[in-house]
Design a protein around this ligand. Structure first.
Ligand SMILES: Nc1ncnc2c1ncn2[C@@H]1O[C@H](COP(=O)(O)OP(=O)(O)OP(=O)(O)O)[C@@H](O)[C@H]1O
Length: 315
Protein backbone atom coordinates (compact mmCIF):
# COMPACT_ATOMS: atom_id res chain seq x y z
CA UNK A 1 0.00 0.00 0.00
CA UNK A 2 1.34 3.47 -0.83
CA UNK A 3 2.34 5.80 2.00
CA UNK A 4 0.12 8.85 2.38
CA UNK A 5 2.13 10.43 5.19
CA UNK A 6 5.87 10.16 5.71
CA UNK A 7 7.53 11.78 8.68
CA UNK A 8 11.30 11.51 9.01
CA UNK A 9 13.42 12.67 11.91
CA UNK A 10 11.03 15.38 13.03
CA UNK A 11 12.32 17.76 15.73
CA UNK A 12 10.44 20.64 17.32
CA UNK A 13 11.24 22.66 20.45
CA UNK A 14 9.43 25.54 22.11
CA UNK A 15 12.23 27.54 23.71
CA UNK A 16 13.94 25.12 26.07
CA UNK A 17 11.13 22.55 25.87
CA UNK A 18 11.85 19.75 23.43
CA UNK A 19 8.35 18.73 22.34
CA UNK A 20 9.33 16.38 19.49
CA UNK A 21 12.74 14.77 19.68
CA UNK A 22 13.26 12.72 16.50
CA UNK A 23 9.94 11.26 15.39
CA UNK A 24 9.62 9.12 12.25
CA UNK A 25 6.66 7.10 10.98
CA UNK A 26 4.74 6.26 7.82
CA UNK A 27 0.97 6.15 7.41
CA UNK A 28 -0.36 3.90 4.66
CA UNK A 29 -3.40 4.48 2.52
CA UNK A 30 -6.71 3.39 4.03
CA UNK A 31 -5.47 2.69 7.52
CA UNK A 32 -6.41 4.15 10.87
CA UNK A 33 -3.06 5.10 12.33
CA UNK A 34 -3.01 5.87 16.03
CA UNK A 35 -0.63 8.23 17.77
CA UNK A 36 -0.80 7.20 21.38
CA UNK A 37 1.01 8.61 24.37
CA UNK A 38 0.65 10.40 27.69
CA UNK A 39 -0.04 14.12 28.08
CA UNK A 40 2.84 16.23 26.87
CA UNK A 41 4.40 13.40 24.83
CA UNK A 42 4.47 15.55 21.69
CA UNK A 43 1.48 14.09 19.84
CA UNK A 44 -0.27 17.36 19.03
CA UNK A 45 2.95 19.08 18.02
CA UNK A 46 3.69 16.18 15.67
CA UNK A 47 0.31 16.31 13.94
CA UNK A 48 0.37 20.11 13.79
CA UNK A 49 3.62 19.84 11.84
CA UNK A 50 1.94 17.26 9.57
CA UNK A 51 -0.96 19.68 9.04
CA UNK A 52 1.42 22.53 8.21
CA UNK A 53 0.31 24.55 11.24
CA UNK A 54 3.77 24.45 12.81
CA UNK A 55 7.18 24.68 11.25
CA UNK A 56 9.48 21.82 12.27
CA UNK A 57 12.97 22.74 13.46
CA UNK A 58 14.30 19.77 11.50
CA UNK A 59 13.03 16.76 9.62
CA UNK A 60 11.10 15.88 6.49
CA UNK A 61 7.33 15.58 6.15
CA UNK A 62 5.39 14.55 3.08
CA UNK A 63 1.58 14.30 3.01
CA UNK A 64 0.07 12.90 -0.22
CA UNK A 65 3.34 13.89 -1.85
CA UNK A 66 2.99 17.51 -0.67
CA UNK A 67 5.14 19.56 1.68
CA UNK A 68 2.79 20.78 4.44
CA UNK A 69 4.40 24.25 4.67
CA UNK A 70 5.22 24.94 1.03
CA UNK A 71 2.04 23.40 -0.41
CA UNK A 72 -0.28 24.43 2.38
CA UNK A 73 -3.11 25.72 0.14
CA UNK A 74 -3.17 22.50 -1.88
CA UNK A 75 -2.91 20.34 1.22
CA UNK A 76 -5.90 22.10 2.84
CA UNK A 77 -8.03 20.73 0.00
CA UNK A 78 -7.02 17.15 0.69
CA UNK A 79 -6.37 16.94 4.42
CA UNK A 80 -9.25 17.16 6.89
CA UNK A 81 -8.42 18.61 10.28
CA UNK A 82 -10.72 18.45 13.28
CA UNK A 83 -11.42 21.75 14.98
CA UNK A 84 -10.76 22.00 18.68
CA UNK A 85 -13.58 22.86 21.05
CA UNK A 86 -14.14 26.61 21.23
CA UNK A 87 -13.05 27.33 17.69
CA UNK A 88 -16.61 28.00 16.51
CA UNK A 89 -18.77 30.89 17.73
CA UNK A 90 -21.53 29.74 20.06
CA UNK A 91 -24.20 31.54 18.07
CA UNK A 92 -23.39 29.87 14.74
CA UNK A 93 -26.03 27.30 13.75
CA UNK A 94 -25.00 23.78 12.72
CA UNK A 95 -26.27 24.17 9.15
CA UNK A 96 -24.60 27.58 8.81
CA UNK A 97 -21.27 26.24 10.01
CA UNK A 98 -21.38 23.36 7.52
CA UNK A 99 -22.47 25.61 4.62
CA UNK A 100 -19.75 28.13 5.49
CA UNK A 101 -16.99 25.55 5.71
CA UNK A 102 -18.09 23.80 2.53
CA UNK A 103 -17.65 27.13 0.69
CA UNK A 104 -13.91 26.99 1.48
CA UNK A 105 -13.36 23.94 -0.75
CA UNK A 106 -13.22 23.39 -4.50
CA UNK A 107 -15.09 20.10 -4.37
CA UNK A 108 -16.85 19.86 -1.01
CA UNK A 109 -19.01 17.01 0.19
CA UNK A 110 -22.78 17.54 0.18
CA UNK A 111 -23.02 19.11 3.63
CA UNK A 112 -26.67 18.18 4.14
CA UNK A 113 -25.92 14.52 3.45
CA UNK A 114 -22.90 14.69 5.74
CA UNK A 115 -24.99 16.32 8.47
CA UNK A 116 -27.55 13.52 8.18
CA UNK A 117 -24.94 10.76 8.11
CA UNK A 118 -23.43 12.12 11.31
CA UNK A 119 -26.83 12.16 13.02
CA UNK A 120 -27.07 15.95 13.09
CA UNK A 121 -29.94 16.25 10.60
CA UNK A 122 -32.40 17.44 13.25
CA UNK A 123 -29.87 19.97 14.61
CA UNK A 124 -29.43 22.05 11.47
CA UNK A 125 -30.80 25.22 13.06
CA UNK A 126 -29.42 24.60 16.55
CA UNK A 127 -26.74 27.03 17.68
CA UNK A 128 -23.29 25.57 18.36
CA UNK A 129 -23.37 26.71 21.99
CA UNK A 130 -26.52 24.66 22.61
CA UNK A 131 -25.09 21.35 21.37
CA UNK A 132 -24.12 18.53 23.74
CA UNK A 133 -20.49 17.44 23.94
CA UNK A 134 -21.18 14.48 21.67
CA UNK A 135 -22.98 16.64 19.12
CA UNK A 136 -20.14 19.19 19.09
CA UNK A 137 -17.73 16.35 18.51
CA UNK A 138 -19.79 15.03 15.61
CA UNK A 139 -19.93 18.51 14.11
CA UNK A 140 -16.15 18.84 14.38
CA UNK A 141 -15.81 15.49 12.58
CA UNK A 142 -18.27 16.69 9.91
CA UNK A 143 -16.18 19.83 9.42
CA UNK A 144 -13.03 17.72 9.12
CA UNK A 145 -14.73 15.73 6.34
CA UNK A 146 -16.51 18.55 4.53
CA UNK A 147 -13.79 19.00 1.94
CA UNK A 148 -13.95 15.31 0.94
CA UNK A 149 -10.40 14.80 2.21
CA UNK A 150 -8.31 11.73 1.45
CA UNK A 151 -6.73 11.97 4.89
CA UNK A 152 -8.27 13.17 8.15
CA UNK A 153 -6.41 14.01 11.35
CA UNK A 154 -8.53 13.63 14.46
CA UNK A 155 -6.98 14.86 17.71
CA UNK A 156 -8.45 13.78 21.05
CA UNK A 157 -11.57 12.61 19.31
CA UNK A 158 -13.56 11.43 22.29
CA UNK A 159 -12.04 13.30 25.23
CA UNK A 160 -14.85 14.50 27.47
CA UNK A 161 -17.51 12.25 25.98
CA UNK A 162 -19.61 9.80 27.96
CA UNK A 163 -19.10 6.09 27.18
CA UNK A 164 -22.11 5.82 24.85
CA UNK A 165 -21.18 8.94 22.87
CA UNK A 166 -17.63 7.61 22.69
CA UNK A 167 -18.80 4.29 21.24
CA UNK A 168 -21.06 6.07 18.74
CA UNK A 169 -18.10 8.18 17.65
CA UNK A 170 -15.95 5.07 17.17
CA UNK A 171 -18.62 3.58 14.91
CA UNK A 172 -18.63 6.81 12.95
CA UNK A 173 -14.88 6.68 12.45
CA UNK A 174 -15.10 3.11 11.20
CA UNK A 175 -17.75 4.23 8.70
CA UNK A 176 -15.51 7.09 7.53
CA UNK A 177 -12.62 4.70 7.03
CA UNK A 178 -14.79 2.30 5.07
CA UNK A 179 -15.38 5.17 2.63
CA UNK A 180 -11.63 5.09 1.90
CA UNK A 181 -10.44 7.98 4.06
CA UNK A 182 -7.06 7.42 5.75
CA UNK A 183 -7.26 8.49 9.37
CA UNK A 184 -4.64 9.65 11.84
CA UNK A 185 -6.04 9.41 15.32
CA UNK A 186 -4.34 11.13 18.25
CA UNK A 187 -5.40 9.68 21.55
CA UNK A 188 -4.39 8.78 25.04
CA UNK A 189 -7.22 6.30 25.46
CA UNK A 190 -5.97 2.73 25.26
CA UNK A 191 -9.40 1.33 24.59
CA UNK A 192 -9.91 3.70 21.70
CA UNK A 193 -6.58 2.82 20.13
CA UNK A 194 -7.19 -0.90 20.60
CA UNK A 195 -10.65 -0.76 19.07
CA UNK A 196 -9.98 1.49 16.08
CA UNK A 197 -6.35 1.50 15.02
CA UNK A 198 -4.69 -0.76 12.48
CA UNK A 199 -1.30 0.41 13.71
CA UNK A 200 -0.16 2.57 16.58
CA UNK A 201 2.88 4.75 17.11
CA UNK A 202 3.56 4.84 20.81
CA UNK A 203 5.06 8.26 21.55
CA UNK A 204 6.75 9.07 24.81
CA UNK A 205 8.77 12.19 25.67
CA UNK A 206 8.97 13.29 22.05
CA UNK A 207 10.15 9.96 20.66
CA UNK A 208 8.48 7.01 18.99
CA UNK A 209 8.92 4.11 21.38
CA UNK A 210 7.46 1.59 18.92
CA UNK A 211 5.08 1.28 15.92
CA UNK A 212 3.00 -1.87 15.72
CA UNK A 213 -0.52 -3.29 15.51
CA UNK A 214 -2.46 -3.31 18.80
CA UNK A 215 -2.07 -7.11 18.96
CA UNK A 216 1.63 -6.83 18.11
CA UNK A 217 2.14 -4.34 20.92
CA UNK A 218 0.60 -6.62 23.51
CA UNK A 219 2.58 -9.59 22.16
CA UNK A 220 5.81 -7.68 22.59
CA UNK A 221 5.38 -7.78 26.32
CA UNK A 222 5.52 -11.20 27.80
CA UNK A 223 2.94 -10.62 30.46
CA UNK A 224 1.87 -13.51 32.57
CA UNK A 225 -1.66 -14.74 32.67
CA UNK A 226 -3.46 -14.04 35.91
CA UNK A 227 -6.12 -16.52 36.94
CA UNK A 228 -8.44 -16.03 39.89
CA UNK A 229 -11.18 -18.25 41.29
CA UNK A 230 -12.96 -19.38 44.47
CA UNK A 231 -12.32 -23.07 45.09
CA UNK A 232 -15.34 -25.16 46.09
CA UNK A 233 -13.21 -26.95 48.73
CA UNK A 234 -9.79 -26.25 50.24
CA UNK A 235 -6.87 -27.83 48.41
CA UNK A 236 -3.14 -28.19 48.85
CA UNK A 237 -1.23 -25.38 47.02
CA UNK A 238 1.37 -27.87 45.89
CA UNK A 239 -1.20 -29.18 43.38
CA UNK A 240 -0.67 -25.93 41.52
CA UNK A 241 2.85 -24.87 42.47
CA UNK A 242 4.16 -28.17 41.11
CA UNK A 243 2.84 -27.32 37.63
CA UNK A 244 5.62 -26.09 35.31
CA UNK A 245 3.28 -23.50 33.73
CA UNK A 246 2.49 -21.88 37.08
CA UNK A 247 4.78 -19.23 38.59
CA UNK A 248 2.86 -18.23 41.70
CA UNK A 249 -0.14 -18.98 43.92
CA UNK A 250 -1.52 -16.42 46.37
CA UNK A 251 -4.62 -16.56 48.60
CA UNK A 252 -6.68 -13.45 49.31
CA UNK A 253 -9.53 -14.40 51.60
CA UNK A 254 -11.29 -17.23 49.83
CA UNK A 255 -9.99 -16.18 46.43
CA UNK A 256 -6.99 -17.92 44.89
CA UNK A 257 -4.81 -16.01 42.44
CA UNK A 258 -2.49 -17.92 40.16
CA UNK A 259 0.06 -16.47 37.77
CA UNK A 260 1.65 -18.37 34.96
CA UNK A 261 2.29 -18.61 31.23
CA UNK A 262 -0.22 -18.98 28.38
CA UNK A 263 -0.74 -22.61 29.23
CA UNK A 264 -1.44 -22.08 32.91
CA UNK A 265 -5.22 -21.93 32.56
CA UNK A 266 -5.40 -25.38 30.97
CA UNK A 267 -2.99 -26.87 33.44
CA UNK A 268 -4.75 -25.36 36.48
CA UNK A 269 -8.27 -26.30 35.46
CA UNK A 270 -7.30 -29.88 34.60
CA UNK A 271 -5.47 -30.52 37.86
CA UNK A 272 -8.31 -29.00 39.89
CA UNK A 273 -10.88 -31.11 38.03
CA UNK A 274 -8.85 -34.29 38.65
CA UNK A 275 -8.88 -33.45 42.35
CA UNK A 276 -12.62 -32.68 42.46
CA UNK A 277 -12.11 -28.97 43.15
CA UNK A 278 -14.54 -26.70 41.29
CA UNK A 279 -13.04 -23.33 40.35
CA UNK A 280 -15.95 -20.96 40.92
CA UNK A 281 -16.09 -17.43 39.44
CA UNK A 282 -13.05 -18.22 37.38
CA UNK A 283 -11.58 -15.15 35.67
CA UNK A 284 -8.55 -14.78 33.47
CA UNK A 285 -6.83 -11.45 32.97
CA UNK A 286 -5.01 -11.06 29.69
CA UNK A 287 -2.32 -8.59 28.78
CA UNK A 288 -3.91 -5.40 27.48
CA UNK A 289 -2.56 -2.55 25.45
CA UNK A 290 -2.28 -0.68 28.73
CA UNK A 291 0.08 -3.34 30.09
CA UNK A 292 2.09 -3.03 26.89
CA UNK A 293 2.21 0.73 27.26
CA UNK A 294 3.51 0.51 30.81
CA UNK A 295 6.04 -2.16 29.88
CA UNK A 296 7.30 -0.31 26.80
CA UNK A 297 7.49 3.20 28.25
CA UNK A 298 7.93 2.45 31.94
CA UNK A 299 5.12 4.89 32.73
CA UNK A 300 1.47 4.78 33.58
CA UNK A 301 -0.78 6.14 30.84
CA UNK A 302 -2.96 9.14 31.64
CA UNK A 303 -6.39 9.04 33.20
CA UNK A 304 -9.32 7.54 31.41
CA UNK A 305 -7.77 4.14 30.93
CA UNK A 306 -9.58 0.98 31.72
CA UNK A 307 -7.80 -1.52 33.97
CA UNK A 308 -6.38 -4.71 32.51
CA UNK A 309 -9.01 -6.51 30.53
CA UNK A 310 -10.76 -9.00 32.63
CA UNK A 311 -12.57 -11.71 30.75
CA UNK A 312 -14.93 -14.06 32.53
CA UNK A 313 -14.31 -17.64 31.54
CA UNK A 314 -16.57 -20.64 31.49
CA UNK A 315 -16.71 -22.32 34.83
N1 LIG B 1 2.82 26.50 22.04
C1 LIG B 1 3.63 25.95 22.95
N2 LIG B 1 4.55 26.69 23.62
C2 LIG B 1 5.37 26.14 24.53
N3 LIG B 1 5.37 24.82 24.85
C3 LIG B 1 4.47 24.04 24.25
C4 LIG B 1 3.57 24.55 23.26
N4 LIG B 1 2.80 23.53 22.81
C5 LIG B 1 3.21 22.42 23.47
N5 LIG B 1 4.23 22.72 24.33
C6 LIG B 1 4.96 21.76 25.19
O1 LIG B 1 5.50 20.77 24.35
C7 LIG B 1 5.36 19.47 24.91
C8 LIG B 1 4.55 18.56 23.99
O2 LIG B 1 3.23 19.07 23.89
P1 LIG B 1 2.13 18.46 22.94
O3 LIG B 1 0.88 19.29 23.08
O4 LIG B 1 2.67 18.27 21.59
O5 LIG B 1 1.92 17.04 23.61
P2 LIG B 1 0.68 16.05 23.53
O6 LIG B 1 1.27 14.70 23.51
O7 LIG B 1 -0.21 16.42 22.42
O8 LIG B 1 -0.03 16.31 24.91
P3 LIG B 1 -1.59 16.28 25.29
O9 LIG B 1 -2.01 14.86 25.27
O10 LIG B 1 -1.56 16.86 26.67
O11 LIG B 1 -2.28 17.16 24.28
C9 LIG B 1 4.73 19.70 26.27
O12 LIG B 1 5.76 19.77 27.21
C10 LIG B 1 4.03 21.02 26.14
O13 LIG B 1 3.95 21.68 27.39
Amino acid sequence: MPAVIEVQNLHKSYGDTVAVDDVSFTVEEGEIFGILGPNGAGKTTTVECVEGLRRPDRGEISVLGLDPRRDRAELTERLGVQLQDGELPDRLRVGEALALYSSFYRAPADWRALMDSLGLGSKSSTRYGKLSGGQKQRLSIALALIGNPRVAVLDELTTGLDPQARRDTWQLIEDVRSRGVTIVLVTHFMEEAERLCDRIALIDTGRVAVVDTPAGLTERVQIEQRIRFRPSVPFDDSLLTSLPDVTGVVHKGDVVMVTGNDNALNAVTSVLARNNVVARQLRVEQASLEDAFVALTGRQPETGQHPSQSRPTQN
